[in-house]
Ligand binder design. Structure first.
Ligand SMILES: [Zn+2]
Length: 114
């Protein structure tokens, strides 16, 4: 293997090691979407009836697919914060996996080309 190829191989291998480390650092992982809502209670004398800033909540709802069906679950603010991180991790993990695949292809080409 030429010196240039050897360096390219080392770079790709290092990228994969970085990806593995980034994935290993993740604890929470979730797909789906998180919605933050406020509500009007319907009582005409309540402040929420006039003032949008006085609406009740926020309420958090997590929507996700399970066995091909869309499901919804309400979350506390604390759960919602963790879920927000878990969903961000999932997006990042998918991006990392795509990059891992690209570097794998590169490595296989380098290792098997003349
Ligand atoms: Zn109200």
């Amino acid at each position: 293997m030429s010196a240039a190829k050897s360096r390219a191989r080392q770079r790709a291998a290092q990228k994969i090691a970085d990806i593995q480390q980034a994935l290993a650092a993740m604890q929470y992982l979730a797909s789906g979407t998180l919605l933050k809502r406020t509500k009007v209670c319907g009582n005409p004398s309540c402040r929420c009836a006039q003032d949008p800033a006085a609406r009740h909540g926020p309420y958090y709802e997590w929507s996700y697919l399970q066995d091909g069906r869309l499901r919804h679950r309400s979350l506390t603010p604390q759960q919602a914060e963790l879920m927000r991180q878990a969903i961000a991790n999932y997006r990042k993990a998918r991006e990392l996996l795509r990059t891992w695949k690209a570097h794998t292809q590169r490595l296989i080409e380098l290792d098997t080309s003349e």
